[in-house]
Write a protein that binds this ligand. Structure first.
Ligand code: TTJ
Length: 633
């Protein structure tokens, strides 16, 4: 290649990576902690692709002391030769040309990227430095980049007997607002990747505090289902598993029922979670409903007079993973998290139907148990509908739908309205006095909020008075009636005491909202208020502190003599003015948005906290109480 062409392509490369640095959000979503973690997934995805191609079986991820990251695999190594059209080494192509990550290479390298797949060059552009080391054909090759720019060519620096690729990078402080890695966030995602790629070993090591975990699942998603059901009482021992491929679409499915009433179903496309579902999930549900009804009719479990089971009936207690690999995934929906490829639906439907029919024939006892549970669900749904019709008629007669305890706001535009769900009547009273009447509504919650996870079914949940009040205040309806357009407040703020009971009530409320109003959380309408833990008075000056750390800092600053330290045990200890100043004034308060960031972790925690197995619940609370912020033990 002539020097002129090389120069031209160099200019293009620099322009490309400069664009990434100018608009990082366009490539990795955000420059917050989320984007920071995204960089690691991006690099790991490349190594996982190498594993999918059958060339590597082990990946090591290291968080170094300075929050730089290393990812190493034992594959064949990124090719070190000159790329036929680009005129630079393939290694340099991977790290400097946009969207090049792994997409070249042809045979056995079909699926790659997906939603994340913006490529390693984006990581390079957003790193203070990135070093890649390739172990290949007896030699060690190394190249260094800084902020996307090549600073050394790919050089041979030694000899070796192993093969693989090692990438070491440090996210750029000029780009990211947050530079500290969270071990838990990385290890959760890494565990998920390990479940999704059976046989692959992924080790994560944190050199900042010597933590280390190895994830390795020969059973793949079958073990994923086992893990998700671990804290639940299972309905049948044997886990269904099937794998198949048709028209270049690879499908893996696993499921097992538990005795609860909620569904835990995760779809993945090229190892990426699809919270909004899509054609793969639709195909699964369609086949499941059809096979269940056919089997039930054939074996006289459903009688002639009975209605067919619906998709909702077979959901209760189902834990399932559907993982598909697609060459050119199309993502749709508001957040681009829904698989759109039409051809996938039938492929999943066909493969699942075939294996499920076979599974039921082989395991008639399991088939019967699952069907009986679904039939019970159908009856409960019927009863709930009748109960709902009844309450609807009743409320129509009474002429009002709002609960008496609600101190509503006068503003009618939901976007401007907030509702505080306040623990206890006395705090409720202070909050009513403190509030801005125009925009802030107060609903005091007293009495037992029933343990939703234990009761489960909607018809039972709806019998609880506190729950009924909340639902009618929200205005949305519930279950099949749910309509988010009718929501009366765009901020639902949970305000509980800063002690163990408060934390428990908060968890109950969040569980309830998560199970029955998940969309409210998805839309970012649910918040947690942060009341202060301490008040420090010195002379005429008063300070409110929200964490132990803040208190310590303040005391270090102003000294420990002649101070008056008050510890707030509950909201009730604050008068209306204090409550307004510290927790309710929109210009001063701290609100935490309730997020289902990591659905899997949340779901597991909810199950542990709320579920049947009392022993593990006690253990969990003991283990976590000492770490949890704002919990007074
Ligand atoms: C490309 O197609 C031919 C065989 O090698 C393929 C390749 O790129 N392999 C590869 C990439 N192995 N490992 C990587 C890789 C590993 C890490 C940790 C990070 C990156 C960006 C790539």
């Amino acid at each position: 290649m002539s020097k002129g062409v090389y120069d031209a392509s160099q200019i293009q490369i620099l322009e490309g990576l400069e664009a990434v640095r100018k608009r990082p959000g366009m490539y990795i979503g955000s420059t917050s902690s989320r984007g920071l973690h995204h960089l690691v997934y991006e690099i790991i995805d490349n190594a996982v692709d190498e594993a999918l191609a059958g060339r590597c079986n082990s990946i090591e991820v290291t968080i170094h002391e300075d929050d730089s990251i290393s990812v190493a695999d034992n594959g064949h190594g990124i090719p070190t030769g000159i790329h036929p059209t680009k005129g630079i080494t393939a290694v340099e192509v991977v790290f400097t040309i946009l969207h090049a990550g792994g997409k070249f290479g042809g045979e056995g390298y079909k699926v790659s990227g997906g939603l994340h797949g913006v490529g390693a060059s984006v990581v390079n552009a957003l790193s203070e430095y990135l070093e890649v080391t390739v172990y290949q054909f007896g030699k060690i090759h190394k190249q260094r980049f800084e902020r996307g720019k090549t600073v050394t060519p790919l050089e041979v620096i030694g000899t070796t007997e192993v093969t693989g690729t090692l990438v070491h990078f440090k996210p750029d402080g000029q780009i990211f607002e947050e530079l500290v890695y969270d071990y838990e966030i990385l290890s959760k995602r890494i565990q998920e990747m390990a479940f999704l790629t059976k046989g692959l070993k992924i080790n994560i090591k944190d050199e900042r505090n010597k933590k280390e975990q190895l994830f390795h699942y020969e059973g793949g998603i079958k073990q994923f289902v086992e893990f998700l059901n671990n804290e639940k009482k299972i309905l049948h021992e044997k886990i269904f598993y099937a794998e198949g491929e048709k028209n270049d679409v690879n499908v893996e499915m696993a499921f097992q029922y538990n005795e609860s009433y909620s569904e835990t179903l995760y779809g993945f496309v090229n190892n990426i979670n699809t919270p909004e579902g899509g054609t793969h999930v639709a195909g699964f549900r369609n086949a499941f409903t059809k096979v269940m009804n056919d089997y039930a009719r054939k074996n006289n479990i459903l009688k002639e007079k009975d209605d067919n089971l619906t998709g909702d009936d077979i959901k209760e207690g189902l834990t399932a993973i559907i993982s598909v690999k697609v060459i050119d995934p199309q993502f749709e929906g508001q957040t681009k998290q829904k698989l759109g490829n039409k051809e996938v639906r039938l492929v999943v439907d066909n493969i699942f139907s075939e294996y499920l029919n076979y599974f039921f024939e082989e395991n008639p006892v399991i088939a019967k148990e699952i069907l009986e549970k679904s039939i019970l669900a159908a009856r409960a749904r019927d009863a709930a509908r009748k109960a709902r019709d009844l309450t609807r008629r009743k409320t129509a007669l009474e002429g009002t739908t709002l609960p008496g305890k609600l101190a509503d706001c006068s503003e009618k535009d939901p976007a401007k309205c907030e509702i505080y769900l306040v623990e206890g009547d006395s705090a409720g009273g202070s909050a009513k006095n403190a509030r801005t009447r125009e925009t802030q509504a107060i609903l005091p919650l007293r009495g037992k909020i029933l343990n939703i996870e234990k009761v489960g079914r909607l018809d039972k949940v709806l019998e609880n008075d506190v729950i009924k009040m909340m639902i009618s205040a929200f205005g949305t309806g519930v279950g099949n009636d749910f309509d988010i357009k009718k929501l009366r407040y765009h901020k639902i703020i949970i305000m509980t005491d800063a002690d163990v009971d408060g934390a428990h009530i908060r968890t109950l409320l969040l569980t309830f909202i998560y199970r029955h109003f998940k969309e409210l959380i998805d839309q970012g309408y649910v918040y947690i208020a942060q009341p202060p833990l301490f008040k420090v008075k010195k002379g005429k000056k008063e300070h409110y502190l929200y964490t132990d750390k803040e208190l310590e800092n303040l005391l270090n600053e102003i000294g420990r003599d002649n101070i008056d330290l008050q510890r707030f045990k509950g909201l009730g200890e604050m008068d209306a003015e204090q409550l307004w100043e510290t927790t309710m004034d929109p210009s001063r308060r701290i609100l935490i948005k309730a997020q289902v960031e990591d659905i899997i972790a949340t779901d597991e925690i909810f199950s542990i906290l709320m579920g049947e197995k009392v022993e593990s619940r006690r253990r969990f609370i003991e283990e976590h109480a000492k770490y949890a912020k704002n919990i007074d033990v």
